[in-house]
Write a protein that binds this ligand. Structure first.
Ligand SMILES: Nc1ncnc2c1ncn2[C@@H]1O[C@H](COP(=O)(O)OP(=O)(O)OP(=O)(O)O)[C@@H](O)[C@H]1O
Ligand SMILES: [Mg+2]
Length: 248
């Protein structure tokens, strides 16, 4: 296991320390530690079942924590509710596009903004429709009528309209054509340039590396490697982690 570096920023936007979580008796996270700096784009990479989704659900309180701490924007939020964290600007796009099927596309966006204590202004909506024309055309139709890919785009758009300080995206690429994935990641990179921190969970590691500043590799409930993205490009640690064998 490579040494975990100290956070360069003494007060990162998100700091997760020693997070332990379980489903019933099955402990899935065995002490997960990582951080995301202010305005930083960080990826968590790992195989199926590594514990990536469990990590983001446990840090935001959607799943109870057995141990560990979470700090967000300088405050201890270990015991905060998911709702309080959303209001504080920690916005999650859960794996598997969860939108409100009976609401129109636009109402889905309005509700997502309101949940975060924000207002979906005309200009915010126009920005979103400008980048995601596939949902713009259907803004007055119920979300149930969207394709799976369009619902995934709507879920990402819901995260954006909530005006996050940290936007967490759990495998946004699922079910999407590569060209749409590229567009979503470019939009995320643009948000990052505007000061929004991004935490991307992905299995498409080439795409994640291309856009993020720093990456963690996760294996069976622990972060096993941390590196800047350029350090990981072409690095055989990734191949061992994803194509067989364990990271030493
Ligand atoms: N609701 C659940 N009940 C019981 N076990 C679960 C539940 N959800 C996940 N698990 C188990 O917890 C472990 C971690 O799952 P998790 O979904 O966090 O992995 P992941 O890294 O997000 O994988 P993927 O890339 O497939 O989304 C796996 O062994 C999985 O089978
Ligand atoms: Mg997952």
């Amino acid at each position: 296991m490579s040494a975990m570096r100290e956070a360069p920023d003494p007060s990162p936007l998100l700091a997760v320390n020693g997070l332990v979580a379980a489903y019933g008796k099955a402990e899935v996270l065995h002490g997960v530690t990582f951080h995301v700096g202010r305005g930083e784009f960080v990826s968590i990479l790992g195989r199926n079942g590594a514990g990536k989704s469990t990590t983001v659900c446990a840090l935001s309180g959607l799943l109870p924590k057995r141990a560990g701490s979470v700090h967000f924007a300088g405050a201890d939020v270990t015991l905060s509710s998911p709702r309080a964290l959303v209001r504080a600007g920690l916005i999650q796009v859960l794996q598997g596009h969860r939108v409100f099927p009976s609401l129109t596309v636009e109402d889905n966006l309005t509700v997502a903004a309101a949940a975060a204590g924000q207002r979906a202004t005309r200009s915010h909506l126009a920005d979103i429709y400008g980048v995601f024309s596939e949902i713009a055309d259907k803004r007055h139709q119920p979300a149930a009528g969207l394709s799976g890919g369009q619902q995934q785009i709507l879920a990402v758009a819901q995260g954006m309209i909530a005006q996050p300080r940290l936007l967490i995206l759990d495998e946004p690429s699922l079910g999407l054509a590569p060209i749409v994935v590229d567009r979503i990641l470019s939009v995320m990179a643009q948000l990052r340039r505007q000061g929004v921190a991004i935490l991307l969970i992905e299995q498409l590691f080439d795409k994640a590396l291309a856009h993020s500043d720093r990456c963690y590799l996760m294996e069976t409930g622990r972060m096993v490697h941390e590196a800047t993205s350029p350090e990981l490009v072409g690095n055989d640690v990734l191949h061992r982690a994803f194509l067989g064998g364990h990271v030493a």
